[in-house]
Design a protein around this ligand. Structure first.
Ligand code: GDG
Length: 473
């Protein structure tokens, strides 16, 4: 395969291999925040994408899917366990989400993380043309920018961090805190979701590496050992967004509208449908949401038969212990609430531990009077923006946790602190009772924001900053 001008490096390729019972196989676009965000960008430019195909011990040649050149990186079973499920999802993920769940520190996981990051860096170095551009994504690949710089001094390197960057007091727990900062600082431009994330990163750099930081620019000194010269790395916020057009189109589709009406009917035509859509993850505050809802029913502040909560909890990281326990806890809570409040013809919670096609998600967003996003910590939260993009008639209420990146932008949502259960309950009641005129006023402003700051605007802003960095070097 020819080298590409522009190379995206992410843990996952944007496709899943589906193997049919007859043994034949094909590729299907895979769900998830990053894929949803980058798919339209990749289709617009001549690029290649380096990533893991999602199955252990699968060695594949580069191939093309949906007009994108894909360069698969092979991971062994043990590397999936140690680099991905271990260091990425059981060390970095909980540490960077304010230690909601205790991070596990294991030296062999770190070794696997280093080995795999090097493999990704080598694949990217082989894939990019002289003086080309590489855009590295997310916390699984924090060492790739520096490793790539050592291999290819000619290349411009961007890095985008999709999850929060924690305050130094928490970050300091990481036994490899210096190495990770140095890994990231191989980039010319580092993008974060919120200004706070960029500030936390810059503070960690000052504190842990003692490099000079002026405003958003770090002076990274030359490395005598590797011969990499000094360079400037810029760290600032580039809040990610969604591709709005598919949601607008789906919302306008009579078949999706009919499906939304059918969903409402099938629930016994309640006055209010509340909706939660999350990967089943402890950062999403699903338990807090259920607790508040259960108490509102117990206290009869909301009428059982008039309200239904649909909770989509898409399966996630099912081999990581913390996720196994979380699922048990949530399912126990759901069945207790349903046991106490269901009637033969009505369910308090329609709980769906499944992934759905985008069409069904759009129908759910259209059917929902109130969207509940109660994350305890969330880099951005695209679900909030998808709900807004789907509300074609500008009705509907978004209840949004203050601890999401989205809360920085979506000021007309009802902002909540999900730890404050009484406050959450009051806000849920306020959402259920909100007059239509106020819903419309708020939703119009929210829609303006989301349609103006879509994923194309996000990637354009990041690419512009990368081009400027190239000029300056
Ligand atoms: C990370 C950060 C940041 C979910 N279930 C189904 C489904 N989804 C889609 C949603 C949405 C995406 O997955 C989830 O994105 P979020 O942003 O809400 O959350 P994370 O997965 O945690 O994403 C996050 C994001 O990266 C991007 O930077 O915003 O803070 O944690 O698009 O619609 N899609 C379909 N079926 C499902 O069942 N089709």
């Amino acid at each position: 395969m020819d080298q590409a001008e522009f190379v995206v490096v992410a843990n996952r390729l944007p496709v899943d291999r589906i193997i049919e019972p007859d043994g034949s196989s094909h590729w299907r676009t895979s769900p998830g925040g990053l894929v949803a965000a980058l798919e339209p960008v990749m289709q617009a430019v001549d690029g290649a994408w380096v990533g893991w195909p999602g199955q252990a011990d699968v060695a594949l040649d580069p191939f093309v899917a949906d007009d994108i050149r894909l360069i698969p990186v092979t991971l062994s079973e043990q590397e999936v366990a140690e680099y991905y499920e271990g260091f990425s999802n059981d060390t970095i993920w909980p540490l960077y989400h304010d230690v909601i769940s205790p991070p596990q520190f294991h030296r062999e996981w770190w070794d696997a993380f280093t080995t795999v990051n090097r493999r990704f860096a080598e694949a990217a170095a082989a894939a990019v043309v002289p003086n080309g551009t590489v855009w590295v994504h997310d916390y699984q690949l924090q060492l790739v920018p520096q490793m790539l710089r050592e291999l290819r001094l000619d290349v411009t390197i961007g890095y985008f961090h999709h999850i929060p960057f924690p305050a130094d007091g928490l970050y300091a727990q990481l036994p490899w805190r210096k190495q990770v900062l140095q890994g990231l600082l191989g980039a010319d431009v580092l993008g974060f979701q919120r200004p706070t994330d960029a500030t936390n990163f810059l503070n960690a750099v000052r504190r842990r590496l003692r490099y000079e930081v002026k405003s958003s620019t770090v002076s990274v000194p030359a490395d005598e050992e590797t011969g990499v010269p000094a360079h400037a790395a810029v760290a600032r916020a580039f809040p990610i967004s969604i591709d709005t057009e598919p949601y607008r189109t789906l919302a306008d589709d009579p078949a999706i509208q009919a499906r939304a009406a059918e969903i409402r009917q099938s629930l016994g035509d309640p006055t209010t449908i509340l909706l939660g859509v999350d990967r089943l993850d402890y950062t999403k505050g699903i338990r807090h949401r259920l607790k508040a809802y259960g108490e509102l029913l117990d206290q009869q502040r909301i009428e059982g038969e008039e309200v239904t909560l649909i909770q989509v909890a898409s399966p996630s990281r099912e081999r990581v212990d913390a996720y196994v326990h979380l699922r048990d806890e949530i399912e126990l809570t759901v069945s207790r609430i349903n046991g106490d409040h269901d009637t033969v013809s009505h369910s308090a919670i329609r709980y769906l531990h499944q992934g759905f096609p985008r069409e069904e998600m759009a129908a759910l967003y259209l059917a929902a009077d109130v969207m509940l996003v109660t994350s305890l910590r969330d880099g951005m939260n695209l679900v909030a923006k998808e709900y807004i993009a789907t509300r074609r008639d500008s009705t509907g209420v978004l209840v949004l946790s203050e601890f999401t990146g989205a809360a920085d932008e979506l000021k007309q949502a009802l902002l909540v602190n999900p730890h404050d259960i009484e406050g959450l309950k009051d806000t849920m009641v306020q959402a259920i009772e909100m007059p239509r005129a106020e819903q419309t006023k708020r939703m119009r402003a929210l829609r303006k924001r989301v349609f103006e700051h879509d994923v194309q605007a996000w990637s354009h802003a990041f690419m512009t900053a990368l081009a400027a960095a190239r000029e300056n070097q």
